[in-house]
Write a protein of this length. Structure first.
Length: 444
């Protein structure tokens, strides 16, 4: 079909995510992709500086992942993952456990990040039901988090524009204040400790008042994604871990965005030197190839369901649970993380962000920037704008960046980069040139 015919069908039938279809321009029609580049049907080349919504970590059309999926497809595409299993699922369960050094040996497969969170919430709650421990039936969370768009995941997240229409349907959650600490002081121990005191007080007050009734505490470790790419110190995460242990509360780490190398270690929790009781994975798990997710749990939690009483079963599942193709892609993605030294690539990108964000923050845009920050492969410029997610700045910035051959997106006044780990310094230079020139054209 011609491009015009395809777009006519799009206008008649498509309903895209997080998009006001009445106001949105026609989307860019992609024909193919290779490495860090997207190619339009018109032959234009666009650098994918956000990993296609944070999922693509090894580059597009990766031959190793392609081969793994094809090899699995030649055997079979899917089999019910209840009463049956297959080699890819068995191998992946074992590999994921090893990435946690055995701290989280049990793996429950699903199909997306929101669902991985739903599963973790249900595991935390039902564990205490199964154990006959009454009263531990509430959840707490770090304020400002975003955990997905299903009902439980929305309940656990911030009551933002994403979810406010559904507030009457959501269950209540206790929130600890986000540690609002300037990024520039987070590496200064004494100043960081002083700045953390209000956040510690909020956290300790929450546990003192509600800890005995909590079954789980959920957060995005070190980096809140959709909440504005906000970064907080490792020592705060360690304090949450200590309090959860003290009060017998399961710590749920939503590593859907931060996991699989994003923050410079395999998991953000690992970078902070702690392990959660439950961990949610998706996005980069399959290399961005297939809708696939996993919830990892401690042996203690698993044993809370491992019973002769059938009512203690975790009654959760999906038709595509344990997808053979998803498992094959994930095994290939994990292999690339080790075989290709991807964490070294992430460290290189982090160093690149450090240098170039400092330059931008002290350059022509200095008066327009509230803060620059980075962690692992993620680089952030927060502009001093009174802009919400529903404002026009994001759409204008994205349009301008695409015109310059780079895909960048915003979260309100925040412009972020979350590139595939294979992006070269030369390609990153082009991304930064685009970010800076686009901002100058829009804001000066």
């Amino acid at each position: 079909m011609s491009s015009d015919d395809l777009m006519d069908l799009h206008r008649s039938h498509a309903w895209q995510p997080f998009t006001q279809m009445k106001l949105a321009p026609d989307p860019v029609l992609i024909d193919r992709a290779e490495g860090v580049f997207l190619y339009t049907v018109d032959g234009e080349k666009i650098i994918d500086a956000i990993g296609s919504w944070w999922v693509n970590i090894h580059g597009h059309n990766n031959p190793h992942i392609n081969s793994a999926i094809k090899a699995q497809l030649e055997k079979f595409e899917h089999v019910i993952y209840a009463g049956f299993t297959h080699e890819s699922a068995i191998q992946l369960s074992s590999k994921l456990s090893k990435t946690t050094h055995g701290h989280l040996p049990r793996v429950f497969f699903s199909d997306n990040g929101s669902t991985a969170v739903e599963v973790a919430l249900k595991m935390a709650y039902q564990y205490f039901v199964n154990s006959g421990i009454s009263g531990k039936n509430k959840f707490a969370a770090l304020a400002g988090g975003y955990h997905g768009d299903t009902m439980g995941a929305m309940s656990a997240g911030a009551r933002s524009v994403f979810h406010e229409a559904f507030n009457p349907l959501l269950f209540p959650v206790h929130y600890a204040s986000f540690p609002e600490i300037p990024f520039s002081v987070q590496t200064d121990d004494s100043e960081c400790d002083t700045s953390l005191r209000p956040a510690y007080e909020s956290l300790e007050k929450l546990f003192a008042e509600h800890g005995r009734s909590l079954c789980g505490f959920i957060l995005e470790p070190l980096l809140q994604g959709a909440g504005g790419m906000r970064i907080y110190p490792e020592k705060y995460l360690r304090r949450v871990r200590d309090l959860c242990s003290e009060y017998g509360v399961f710590l749920i780490a939503d590593e859907v965005f931060t996991g699989i190398g994003r923050t410079g270690s395999m998991y953000a929790c690992e970078r902070a030197g702690i392990w959660p009781d439950l961990m949610c994975l998706s996005k980069g798990l399959s290399g961005g190839y297939l809708p696939f997710a996993a919830t990892l749990a401690t042996e203690k939690i698993f044993q809370g369901f491992n019973s002769e009483n059938r009512n203690h079963t975790l009654f959760h599942g999906h038709s595509m649970t344990g997808s053979a193709l998803g498992c094959a892609a994930s095994l290939a993605s994990l292999a690339l993380m080790s075989d290709q030294n991807r964490l070294d690539d992430v460290k290189r990108i982090e160093n690149f962000h450090r240098t170039h964000l400092d330059r931008i923050g002290s350059g022509k845009l200095k008066d327009k920037i509230l803060e620059t920050r980075f962690i692992g492969s993620v680089g952030v410029v927060e502009f001093n704008l009174n802009q919400k997610y529903t404002g026009n700045f994001g759409w204008d910035f994205q349009k301008k960046s695409i015109e310059k051959g780079v895909l960048l997106r915003t979260l309100g006044p925040v412009v972020y980069m979350a590139p595939p780990y294979i992006m070269t310094d030369h390609e990153l230079e082009k991304v930064y040139e685009c970010l800076e020139s686009s901002a100058l054209e829009l804001l000066t």
